[in-house]
Design a protein. Structure first.
Length: 144
């Protein structure tokens, strides 16, 4: 396990450990471990880059606080539905994700309504949308 990165006083530690995320163009994505060390803005940028390299469309729908904003991942599987994952942590204080829209995928309007409610509560929230028709994107961190 990698050692946590020491940042300056007051900086957030949210991101991902450097590890190959996929086998290359046309390859499969691998789950990499989320560890403390990156600001939210850098973590989101890394996810966009990983998706780009794997030919998976991804976009930042809403920018939050670049240092400590929470992230919502909107995974759009088109005909298979949409799932919104909310950033959380495990009982062992490890970064994880929970299904904000419930155990089953929902329609896109239902997912957008959930996101709107969350944004109204937290103005520092980031929303990253990933259009993953083939189901190749793997969550970074444990799903609880």
């Amino acid at each position: 396990m990698a050692e946590p990165v020491s940042l300056g006083k007051g900086e957030a530690r949210v991101g991902a450990r450097a590890k190959p995320a996929f086998d290359g163009p046309g390859g499969t994505l691998h789950e990499s471990l989320m560890v403390m060390g990156l600001t939210t803005g850098l973590w989101v940028s890394a996810q966009i880059r990983l998706c780009d390299r794997a030919f998976i469309p991804a976009a930042v729908v809403r920018r939050g606080d670049p240092d400590v904003g929470t992230v919502l991942l909107k995974i759009n599987r088109f005909e298979a539905g949409v799932t919104v994952f909310t950033q959380t942590s495990t009982l062992g204080d490890e970064p994880a994700w929970s299904r904000g829209t419930g155990p089953s995928p929902v329609t896109e309007p239902e997912a957008d309504a959930y996101i709107a409610r969350q944004v109204a509560r937290d103005p520092d929230l980031w929303v990253l949308e990933i259009e993953d028709r083939k189901g190749e994107y793997k969550m970074v961190g444990k799903i609880v």
